[in-house]
Write a protein that binds this ligand. Structure first.
Ligand SMILES: [Zn+2]
Length: 196
């Protein structure tokens, strides 16, 4: 399957095969009687990151980006920080300002809650059991979902630090993970570094 997506004058231009049909196979019962067929299809999805692109670029660069409402007339959320990265303020609907919060995250990230999953959905690329953690940062209005790397199990209140897949970034949310705050750089999993 070969395909490419380019951007020309602000629009996605697709070339190649995005839908590939493959030969099917009969399904037969114990007596050799036909009772069905397989129907293999491969599909390449493409996603526009739109206004969230700086967040995913940041992960590959070893930086964590949030957004902030800078609308003085916003009664509820003026100066509120949001991560996950919210393009627009949910209260006044004005466009938020992107803000690099890496240093704040390095200093104050801690586990708000967690869950450990023994099983996963299709296409999971994370090591199992997956230790999902909800991460809280001082002064941030939202809680970020991520996962814990390393040998230690999460605990509520545990201090953690963000790590980034900077060597071969996938430009997806799995480029961001957390480790216990006292982890040494040499003990990080392959491909991950502390912030740059
Ligand atoms: Zn607002």
């Amino acid at each position: 399957m070969s395909y490419s997506v380019k951007v020309v004058k602000g629009q996605f231009k697709l070339q190649g095969e995005f839908h590939t049909a493959e030969p099917n196979q009969p399904i037969r019962d114990e007596h050799g009687k036909l009772c069905g067929i397989t129907n293999p299809r491969r599909v390449v999805h493409h996603h526009s990151y739109g206004g969230e692109a700086p967040f995913f670029q940041g992960l590959g660069d070893g930086r964590l980006w949030a957004t902030r409402c800078d609308n003085k007339d916003c009664e509820v959320a003026y100066k509120a920080l949001f991560i996950p990265f919210r393009i627009h303020c949910p209260d006044c609907l004005e466009k938020n300002t992107p803000l690099d919060i890496t240093d704040l995250a390095n200093r104050t990230a801690h586990v708000y809650s967690f869950m450990i999953c023994e099983r996963s959905g299709a296409f999971n690329s994370l090591e199992k059991p997956i230790r999902f953690i909800n991460v809280e940062f001082d002064g941030v209005s939202t809680i970020l979902m991520s996962y814990l790397l390393g040998k230690t199990n999460p605990e509520i209140g545990m201090k953690v630090r963000p790590v980034f897949r900077t060597k071969q970034p996938t430009f997806t949310i799995t480029d961001l993970a957390f480790v216990p705050a006292d982890t040494k750089e040499k003990d990080l999993p392959a491909g991950f570094t502390f912030s740059k």
